[in-house]
Design a protein around this ligand. Structure first.
Ligand SMILES: Nc1ncnc2c1ncn2[C@@H]1O[C@H](COP(=O)(O)OP(=O)(O)OP(=O)(O)O)[C@@H](O)[C@H]1O
Ligand code: SF4
Ligand SMILES: [Mg+2]
Length: 425
C-alpha cells in the first residue's frame, strides 16, 4: 500500500494552501472523491456514493460552570455523505472536539447535549442504545492525543484483540491474523513483533498509526479524526495524512477531519466548514474557500498563513483575543474582532445562509449576491436539506431570506430541474 509519501506535506503551507495546489482529483464538481468499493464490511449498500450518512442539526452542547453555562457548540449543523472528506477548521476552543464527542454520545457530565439532533443513517444517535451500537463500529474516532487514548498498561496486540473480539466478533486465530493485517495496512514494519509493544515504546507517528489501525478494526463507514497530525513533525504528518487519504479512498471510508491547520484541510478535504465560538461561520467546497473566502474570520485565517499564490507582503494576524465563552456578545460572536462590523452585527447572531452554489456564510455583510452557478448534482451533495433550513433562519425581509425563499419556491414548483437547483447547496 502506498503510505502517502507522495502526498504534499501538511506543514508545507506555502506549497499546500494555494488554490492551484488543491488536488482537482479530490475536489471536482461534487463533494465526494471517487472511492473504490468497500471490501466486505457487511454493511450493504451504505457506501454508495452520495448517500447521506451523518446529519447533525442545531446541536448545542453546554457545560455548567460557576460563571454560567458554557456552550461548547452552539446550534451546529453539518452533514457528511458517503465517501466524503469533510474538514472542520477553527481556532483552539472553537468546539471542534466537543462536536466530535457529541456526535458519538461521549460528552461527559456535567456537560450535556442541550438541543438539536444527531442522525446516523436515519437513526437517532442521541438514543444511547443506538450510539452504543454505532460507536466504534460504524463510526470510529481517532482522538486528539493517542497517548491518552491508547491504554498504557496493555500491549498493542491486547488492545486490538479486545476490539476485534468485542466489536468485530472475531475469535481464535482470526484475531491475530486480522491484528497483523491492520498494523501492516497502516504501514507498521514487523507487525507481528509490534503486537507485543506498549504505547510508550512507540514513536509519535507509530502511535498515531496504531490509533488509525484500532479505528479501522471494525471497518467503519465514517472516521472522525480529531487533529490526527498535531504534534507530529512535518514528515510524519505527511505520511499519516497520506495514509488516511489512501485508506479513505481504498476502503471507501468517509472522514470528518477536525483540525486547526489549513494545510491539512487543503491537502485532504473535499469540503470545509469553518467554526468560530461553537458555530459554523462558513461552509464551502475546498477550491472556492481558498480562492474566495467570504466570512471575515475565514479570510483572516487564510491571510495569516503563507501562500505562494496569494501573498506578496507580510502575513496578517487576526486582531483581538479568542472569545471568553462565558461572556458571549448578543450579536455576532466575531464582532469584537471584526474590522467590518456594523451596528446590525451587535444585535443578533447572523444566520448561516446560502449565497452561491454549495456555499454558505453567517455574516450580515456578505449579501447572497450570486445565484447557484453550476449544474446541480444531487448525488454528490449531502447537504440538500439545508436550503430549507436557511429559509427559516434568515431574517424576514432580508436579502438572505429572499434568496432562501427563492430556493424554497423553486423546490416547490414541481419541476425536477428547479427542485434540484434549490436542493443542491
Ligand atoms: N469539560 C468542560 N468543561 C467546561 N467547558 C468545556 C469543557 N470541555 C469543553 N469546554 C468548552 O467548550 C469549548 C470547546 O472546546 P473544544 O475542546 O471542543 O475545543 P477545540 O476546538 O477542540 O480546541 P483545540 O483546538 O484546542 O482542541 C472550550 O472553549 C470550552 O469553553
Ligand atoms: S456579521 Fe458583522 S461582525 Fe460578524 S463577521 Fe460579519 S461583518 Fe463581522
Ligand atoms: Mg480539540
Amino acid at each position: 500500500m502506498n503510505t502517502g509519501t507522495d502526498q504534499p506535506g501538511a506543514g508545507q503551507l506555502t506549497a499546500d494552501v494555494g488554490t492551484a495546489d488543491v488536488s482537482t482529483a479530490d475536489v471536482g464538481t461534487g463533494d465526494q472523491h471517487t472511492a473504490a468499493g468497500r471490501s466486505g464490511n457487511g454493511q450493504g449498500s451504505a457506501g454508495e456514493a452520495g448517500q447521506r450518512l451523518l446529519e447533525v442539526s442545531d446541536l448545542t452542547v453546554g457545560f455548567p460552570t460557576r460563571d454560567g453555562v458554557v456552550l461548547g457548540v452552539d446550534g451546529l449543523t453539518l452533514n457528511v455523505g458517503s465517501h466524503e472528506r469533510l474538514g472542520v477548521v477553527g481556532e483552539s476552543g472553537s468546539g471542534k472536539s466537543v462536536m466530535g464527542l457529541a456526535i458519538l454520545g461521549m460528552v461527559l457530565p456535567p456537560g450535556r447535549i442541550m438541543g438539536g439532533s444527531v442522525k446516523w443513517r436515519g437513526e437517532d444517535m442521541l438514543d444511547k442504545s443506538v450510539a452504543n451500537r454505532v460507536r466504534g463500529r460504524e463510526i470510529a474516532m481517532i482522538f486528539q492525543d493517542p497517548m491518552v487514548s491508547l491504554n498504557p498498561l496493555k500491549t498493542v496486540g491486547a488492545q486490538l484483540r479486545e476490539l476485534l473480539r468485542r466489536r468485530a466478533g472475531l475469535e481464535g486465530s482470526a484475531v491475530k491474523k486480522r491484528s497483523i493485517e491492520l498494523l501492516d495496512m497502516v504501514g507498521i514494519a514487523n507487525p507481528r513483533d509490534r503486537l507485543k509493544s506498549y504505547a510508550f515504546e512507540l514513536s509519535g507517528g507509530m502511535r498515531q498509526r496504531v490509533m488509525i489501525a484500532t479505528a479501522l478494526a471494525c471497518e467503519p463507514l465514517l472516521l472522525i479524526a480529531d487533529e490526527p497530525t498535531t504534534g507530529l513533525d512535518v514528515t510524519i504528518q505527511d505520511q499519516v495524512l497520506g495514509l488516511l487519504h489512501d485508506l479513505s479512498t481504498e476502503l471507501g471510508v468517509s472522514v470528518l477531519m477536525i483540525t486547526h491547520d489549513l494545510g491539512v484541510v487543503a491537502q485532504f478535504c473535499d469540503r470545509v466548514q469553518v467554526m468560530y465560538a461553537g458555530r459554523i461561520v462558513e461552509r464551502s467546497p475546498i477550491t472556492e474557500m481558498f480562492a474566495d473566502p467570504q466570512h471575515p474570520y475565514s479570510l483572516g485565517l487564510l491571510q495569516s498563513v503563507p501562500r505562494i499564490d496569494f501573498h506578496r507582503g507580510e502575513l496578517t494576524a487576526i486582531p483581538g483575543e479568542p472569545l471568553d465563552r462565558t461572556d458571549f456578545p448578543p450579536g455576532c460572536a466575531f464582532e469584537p474582532r471584526c474590522r467590518e462590523a456594523t451596528d446590525i452585527c451587535r444585535e443578533a447572531p447572523p444566520p448561516l445562509v446560502q449565497f452561491a452554489y454549495r456555499r454558505w456564510v453567517a455574516c450580515y455583510n456578505r449579501a447572497p449576491s450570486r445565484a447557484p452557478d453550476r449544474a446541480p448534482d444531487l448525488t454528490a451533495d449531502p447537504t440538500a436539506d439545508l436550503a430549507a433550513e436557511s429559509g427559516s433562519a434568515a431574517a424576514p425581509g432580508s436579502a438572505e431570506s429572499a434568496a432562501a425563499a427563492e430556493s424554497a419556491a423553486a423546490a416547490e414548483s414541481g419541476s425536477a430541474e428547479s427542485a434540484a437547483g434549490a436542493a443542491a447547496t
